[in-house]
Design a protein around this ligand. Sequence first.
Ligand SMILES: [Zn+2]
Length: 413
Amino acid sequence: MSEAIKLFIEDARAVSIEEAAKIIGLKFKRTGFEHPQPCPNCRGTDTFSFNTSKEKWNCRTGGIGGNDAIGMAAHCEDLDIKSREGFLEACSIVLARDIPTEGERESDEDRAARKKRLEERRLQNDADAAARADSQADFREKERTKARGIYQATMLLRADRLAASMVVEYLHRRGCDAPPGVWLRASAEQPYWHGQDERGSPAVLYTGVAMVAPFVGPDLLPIGCHITWIDLKQPPKFRPLLTDPATGEVLPTKKMRGSKKGGLIPIVGDPEAQRWVGGEGIENGAAFAAWEGYREDTFYFAAGDLGNLSGPADPSSRFAHPTLKKPDAKGVARPVMVAGPIPKRDQDADDAMWVADHVRELVLLSDGDSERVMTAAAMARARARHARPGRIIPVVWPRAGYDFSRMAVETGE
Ligand SMILES: [Zn+2]
């Protein structure tokens, strides 16, 4: 590899996620660091996101992500980063300049100067990467502490507390009787932070009753929390309508704080149980649990999202969607690529939710109202990932177009 190419690569490594996102033409939200949107490569709704504070990007549809601009550019432009051409092309995109041609003659002087710059660039990149890792670890720890604080300030779902009875009523209207136990809690005045005030400090957009659940690791200590704001006057989902004051964009009424990675949300029961039942969302798991009558021998949980349920996919198992197509750069309709059923090799333990070793039956609940092929591939991946000798993993599907919560509501009332 020529010195010119080496320097070119080191220059590309120094490009931040923010700079690269601007060059690629990704969308930025007006406020905040997290910028969700459809994936330029795989499409989907808000399944792709980059974070300019954490220096991270992620595509849930493609089952891929990372913390470098080169990788993000490669995914957005569908380049094979493992090939030399693909990698250099991605570098060229984030630098917005051409790949240097090999074999160009250079003077000894130029060569010495270039080597010196290369070495300086490399040292600076390594130092920057170390500093970023430190500040990310700091940020994560602060977020975890905040999440624990939110959960500690909640109340149990007892009928004599107004906010608690509103959460119970919310669950009832979503097809689940109030789950017995201690995991799901209520908060009477949960602030919803969004955007910034005139002085640039984080601003509270809304305050109201919320259902709060913890994300716990294998030691059952909270690493994060899941917040669902509730408004019983807003059917069918009974959540407040929140909009961005600047753009009018509708905001999500569920949020996660702290870490969810590798954790799970306990809904009902004891994780010591040998039978576990759960899917993506709390309402779905709780509706299924209610329908089963909260079996004594079962622990009910939610993974929070599909990625945390199934873990990342092996890139070799990516496949073309049988019917969905999207136009490529030249306007030619091409099949949408779907993250495959095979788990990525050499995953970290926290790449997906934990399942206790003693679990003999793991019932996975699918969402019938999400895209069918993508969901089926993810459920197959979850099944492969959590497979152990002596463990059975049935996958349960609701009626097409439904989730278990909506099925319960329509059959129950
Ligand atoms: Zn993608």
